[in-house]
Design a protein around this ligand. Structure first.
Ligand code: NAP
Length: 236
């Protein structure tokens, strides 16, 4: 291990944007911990990064399971950066037809899971010199964007979009509580990025991840309580 010995936890870090975030933070000399709900997928992902000389490990962590969160956080010891990346995007019809169970399951992961992980690791982040939290949001979480007249009806996902709007609100709430501490809390839209969640996109996962990493390593004079994409601040 070289560099700062800083530790970063990436939820859903076994694939997609989360895996690329873990890789890029590792390349910046963070010790990365991949939080993954499946032990084998976590092991494979950490092995892959270690084969690239990244200091990587994994913990089993299902963001919708409080016991799993507590067990995983207990193993950390130290934490400087939390990437709340784990998320799901269910198939959805028009809002009038989305079953409440789909809404509940989506919020369970994208919102309540994000809050539960954040609350669980905050005691560790408070001990860090420069704690950073990045919450994976989406352009679809921007009320400004989704209320534009040209917003596509097929992207009018009641569960996913509103869960990401809630992520934005949660981001502001934590940033407000923590504004007198060194901890910065920001929401980031990685952009429409080619992953299992968005197979039709063209943008490489590494590009989406780079935006996230930028806000994970902000200097002390960087922003908190904001919503950003690769071009800077974006409207709520
Ligand atoms: P992805 O490839 O589907 O990866 C999602 C990750 O979340 C997987 O590692 C998945 O684990 C994990 N996950 C899901 N539920 C979980 C749970 N209960 N506990 C722990 N991990 C869980 O998607 P992605 O595109 O990389 O998305 C990453 C984040 O970026 C999401 O929050 C997404 O909403 C956001 N985002 C993506 C795009 C895009 O265009 N791709 C755009 C805007 C925002 P498994 O492997 O076990 O399923």
């Amino acid at each position: 291990m070289t560099g700062s010995e800083k530790v970063a936890l990436v939820s859903g870090g076994n694939k997609g944007i989360g895996f690329e975030v873990a890789r890029q933070l590792g390349q910046l000399d963070y010790r990365v911990v991949i939080a993954c709900r499946d032990e084998e997928r976590g092991r494979v992902a950490a092995d892959k990064l270690r084969s690239e000389d990244v200091e990587a490990s994994y913990v089993v962590l299902d963001v919708s399971n409080p016991d799993s969160i507590a067990t995983a956080v207990h193993k950390l010891g130290r934490l400087d950066v939390l990437i709340n990346n784990a998320g799901i995007a269910p198939a959805e019809g028009p809002p009038s037809e989305v079953p409440l169970d789909v809404l509940r399951q989506t919020y369970e992961t994208n919102v309540f899971g994000l809050v539960a992980v954040t609350q669980a690791v905050l005691p560790l982040l408070r001990k860090a010199d420069a704690g950073r939290i990045v919450n994976l949001s989406s352009g679809a979480g921007s009320l400004t964007v989704v209320s534009r007249p040209d917003w596509r009806p097929e992207w009018n996902g009641l569960a996913y979009n509103t869960s990401k709007s809630a992520v934005n609100a949660v981001t502001v709430a934590f940033a407000t509580e923590l504004r007198d501490t060194p901890i910065k809390v920001n929401a980031v839209n990685p952009g429409y990025t080619k992953t299992d969640m968005s197979p039709g996109a063209n943008r490489p996962a590494a590009d989406g991840a780079a935006v996230v990493v930028h806000y994970a390593v902000l200097p002390a004079n960087g922003p908190t309580g904001g919503f950003f994409d690769e071009n800077g601040p974006i409207p709520w």
